[in-house]
Design a protein around this ligand. Structure first.
Ligand code: HEC
Length: 128
């Protein structure tokens, strides 16, 4: 059964504990900062939470605020477990790297993250 489950499961994430929190002794300061931001200032965990870092909803991110053209409307949140292994990102693959996804949400959610905070969020997502 364990072998079978491991075929279906996400790839290993050795830095996460049973509650999907980073294990501090296995993590860097930068990764821990990223986790704090993810759950706090950067608001990521309001849509990406639980064992797969996903909710079960559609969200209208209202991207048309930033260009002239047709709105995209609601899109389902994607899980972030194992996310480093599946570029490019978003439903249409428009974002090649995890850094790009951080920059995208920095704009959309008007977070005003600095370079150190953005890099920490990327480092954190590399652990998931
Ligand atoms: C309001 C809900 C919401 C918040 C807040 C949010 N996300 Fe997302 N996230 C989404 C949705 C919806 C998508 C899918 C968007 C698309 O495909 O157009 C997504 C997609 C992603 C993806 C790409 C997943 C893939 O498989 O392609 C990453 C990475 C990501 N989010 C990271 C973050 C980070 C980092 C933050 C915080 C800075 C964040 N998200 C905040 C809803 C949210």
């Amino acid at each position: 059964m364990g072998d079978f489950n491991s075929m279906l499961d996400f790839p290993p994430a050795p830095k996460l504990d049973a509650m999907s929190n980073l294990i501090p002794s296995k993590s860097t300061e930068q990764e821990l900062l990223g986790e704090r931001l993810f759950k706090g200032k950067a608001k990521c965990a309001s849509c990406h939470y639980g064992p797969a870092f996903v909710d079960d909803y559609l969200h209208d991110l209202k991207v048309e605020r930033f260009y002239k053209g047709r709105p995209e409307g609601p899109i389902k949140t994607f899980p972030l477990r194992g996310i480093k292994d599946s570029p490019p990102y978003f439903h249409d693959g428009r974002l090649p790297t995890l850094d790009d996804t951080v920059e995208f949400f920095n704009l959309i959610l008007e977070l005003q993250l600095n370079k150190k905070e953005k890099d920490a969020l990327t480092a954190y997502m590399m652990c998931l």
